[in-house]
Ligand binder design. Structure first.
Ligand code: G3P
Length: 217
């Protein structure tokens, strides 16, 4: 399972990239706004830090505008993945960009039917938003299970990129279902390391080691 990080915060990206666990980065207009930086500059810097796919989302809502923006964004770096919304125009742009060999991440997916359309449009990634589905009282992980099953049935090459991840349970459930990627807020990625028995066990080992009076180097 690949781990992407869902942020435009360069300090966080640098810090987590050094862990060797990052396979890519996703951004969206809200995350770019939060960064307070110029879109193209942020994407260029992220692409230098992380060699894997870096999603940059178009702001246009009609096909011609999306394609014009995609031409600009994909020139920033080879690993830029163009992110388009799951709309008729977005999927039309997806088809054309994918045919040209550009990676496309189709975002704002909330149903298996939408995910099927994205796969048929040649998307490299489909981004179902599990947290936002949970927020309205539905089950976000049921959506992931449906999409994984449908994609497996037809050997679609589109990767299921679990987005709007809010906690480690989302990550584990997604991994159990065989989702290809999870894009994680930095805090969720860090929380995967944590277990109280690890902390307790390490404290006990260190206390006993101190009693030996030894040092390894
Ligand atoms: O980047 C898309 C998605 O991960 C957004 O998540 O937390 O805003 O629902 P969230």
């Amino acid at each position: 399972m690949k781990f992407f990080i869902d942020t435009a915060d360069l300090t966080e990206i640098r810090s987590l990239a050094s862990s060797g666990l990052l396979d890519g980065v996703t951004t969206n207009p809200s995350l770019i706004a939060k960064s307070g930086r110029k879109f193209a500059d942020v994407i260029a810097e992220i692409c230098e830090i992380v060699p894997g796919p870096v999603s940059a989302e178009v702001a246009g809502t009609v096909y011609d505008q999306m394609m014009a923006e995609a031409q600009v964004l994909r020139k920033i770096a080879k690993n830029v993945t163009i992110k388009v919304p799951l709309t008729p125009d977005g999927l039309r742009a997806c088809r054309h960009l994918s045919n040209d060999g550009t990676m496309v991440n189709v975002t704002l997916c909330f149903s298996a039917a939408q995910a099927l359309l994205a796969a048929k449009s040649g998307a490299s990634f489909i981004s179902p938003f599990v947290g936002r589905v949970d927020d309205i009282g539905w089950n976000g992980m049921d959506l992931i299970a449906d999409i994984v099953q449908i994609y497996n049935n037809y050997d679609f090459r589109t990767e299921v990129l679990v987005a709007s991840v809010r906690n480690p349970i989302h990550v584990i459930e997604a991994a159990k279902m065989g989702a290809h990627v999870a894009t994680l807020p930095p805090a969720v990625l860090r929380s995967l390391f944590s277990h109280p028995l690890t902390d307790k066990g390490l404290a006990a080992f260190l206390a006993d080691w101190a009693k030996t009076g030894q040092s390894i180097v």
